[in-house]
Design a protein around this ligand. Structure first.
Ligand SMILES: *[C@@H]1O[C@H](CO)[C@@H](O)[C@H](O)[C@H]1NC(C)=O
Ligand SMILES: *[C@@H]1O[C@H](CO)[C@@H](O)[C@H](O)[C@H]1NC(C)=O
Ligand SMILES: *[C@@H]1O[C@H](CO)[C@@H](O)[C@H](O)[C@H]1NC(C)=O
Ligand SMILES: *[C@@H]1O[C@H](CO)[C@@H](O)[C@H](O)[C@H]1NC(C)=O
Ligand SMILES: *[C@@H]1O[C@H](CO)[C@@H](O)[C@H](O)[C@H]1NC(C)=O
Length: 357
């Protein structure tokens, strides 16, 4: 295909499109936001001759407008007329005293013109705005919080804040909304540090409003007012110190307990080993047999038990520990209740004494 032919097709298509467009008509605005009880007005621009125009609100045809009777008397709440007298190219359609039920589609049809033009109507309601607490005096540098309460809005309003007429960064406030029947209540919380005298303004708006509804308070920063102590910090400090102290006490207690237990255990073990040795000594010197004692090596005549056990003359004995012998009954008690002696089968007499270290 040559370039010139391409160009021709292009020009032709533009011409065709323009020709069809001349048969079109426009409905404006596409989206209309109005407050309840106010009027909603749409307009249609239409080129060339036409005969009859009809208007629908929702699914109901509410008005028929012949071109030769340009000002139809209002049928109930609906009205249509030429935008400018005797100019058939513009028609305005008005819904008087809108209600929430009017929300939805508004459509215009022109006889012998293709298609139907549809727009959307949004009927909204503005409510109240107030900053809780009113004017306030705060200490210098205090973290302050303002609450803006809006109620009876439809839909939920967009809330913004101003400080001394300047918009506040949205990271400084939070807005939550709650449905209340057919309406919405919204609460916005603004937090910032009080530095200087400030006019704080809360603004609520919905698309149907040209100007937001607002509420203002004046915050006086008084440097002479002492900043109240931050109890949370104080409590946190006390709690953490207390916790540390408790922890230290606990550790000390645990260490002490462990030490004591170990000591007890060593005492017990010492005692046990002593007991075993004594018994072994006794049994060995008695019978050369008996319980296994790892610390003991048999000797033909005498048995030498480890360090703690040694031979003493009876006279030199100061203290003696006696332990009952479960296995053997070779203990012979002296008549005078003195130290125990063991009697060998061979009649060899020995004194076994245990010293306490
Ligand atoms: C609008 O309609 C309401 C009821 O829906 C009525 O009370 C009010 O008087 C009407 N206002 C006008 C201006 O017609
Ligand atoms: C708002 O504050 C945030 C974080 O503090 C910052 O990143 C952002 O740039 C600010 N926006 C404006 C418009 O100042
Ligand atoms: C807003 O809410 C978010 C999450 O709930 C929180 O992290 C943030 O600190 C709040 N900001 C303000 C100004 O309250
Ligand atoms: C909405 O606000 C109104 C007026 O302040 C109050 O009476 C109502 O209880 C609120 N509704 C909800 C759901 O908070
Ligand atoms: C703040 O406002 C108070 C009360 O209007 C006024 O007395 C004071 O001088 C102001 N402080 C400053 C720094 O403007």
């Amino acid at each position: 295909m040559s370039d010139s032919r391409k160009c021709l097709i292009y020009i032709c298509s533009i011409l065709c499109f323009t020709g069809a467009a001349s048969q079109e008509f426009q409905l404006e605005p596409q989206n209309l936001f109005v407050l309840k009880d106010s009027d909603a007005q749409f307009r249609v621009t239409i080129q060339g001759p036409w005969e009859v125009m009809t208007w629908d609100v929702g699914d109901v045809q509410v008005l028929t407008l012949p071109i030769n009777s340009p000002s139809i008397p209002a049928t109930g709440r609906f009205e249509a007329s030429f935008c400018v007298t005797d100019d058939t190219s513009c028609v305005q359609f008005t819904i008087i005293n809108t209600t929430r039920n009017d929300t939805g589609r508004v459509a215009c049809t022109v006889q012998n013109r293709p298609g139907q033009k549809v727009a959307q109507l949004h009927v909204q309601e503005s409510g109240t705005v107030s900053i809780l607490g009113g004017d306030t005096t705060v200490p210098q540098d205090e973290q302050v919080e303002f609450q803006c309460v809006t109620s009876a809005w439809f839909p939920t309003p967009t809330i913004t804040w101003n400080q001394n007429g300047e918009a506040v960064n949205s990271s400084l406030y939070n807005t939550t909304s709650v449905a209340d029947g057919d309406f919405f209540n919204a609460t916005s919380v603004l937090k910032f540090q009080a530095v200087r005298n400030t006019t704080v303004q809360c603004l609520a708006t919905i698309p149907a409003l040209t100007n937001p509804v607002s509420s203002s308070v004046f915050m006086v920063v008084d440097a002479t007012v002492p900043v109240p102590p931050d109890w949370t910090v104080l409590i946190a400090v006390v709690v953490s110190f207390g916790g540390c102290a408790l922890l230290v006490l606990l550790i000390i207690a645990i260490v002490y307990c462990c030490k004591r237990r170990k000591q007890k255990q060593t005492n017990y073990q010492d005692e046990m080993s002593r007991r075993v040795r004594t018994q072994s000594v006794v049994s060995v010197s008695g019978q050369r047999q008996g319980r296994v004692n790892n610390a003991y090596t048999p000797d033909s005549q005498t048995s030498v038990a480890p360090s703690e056990v040694s031979d003493f003359d009876q006279e030199k004995v100061y203290s003696v520990i006696t332990l009952p012998d479960i296995l053997h009954s070779h203990y012979v008690e002296n008549s005078d209740g003195g130290p125990y002696n063991t009697v060998d089968e061979t009649g060899f007499r020995k004194h076994r004494h245990v010293t306490i270290v």
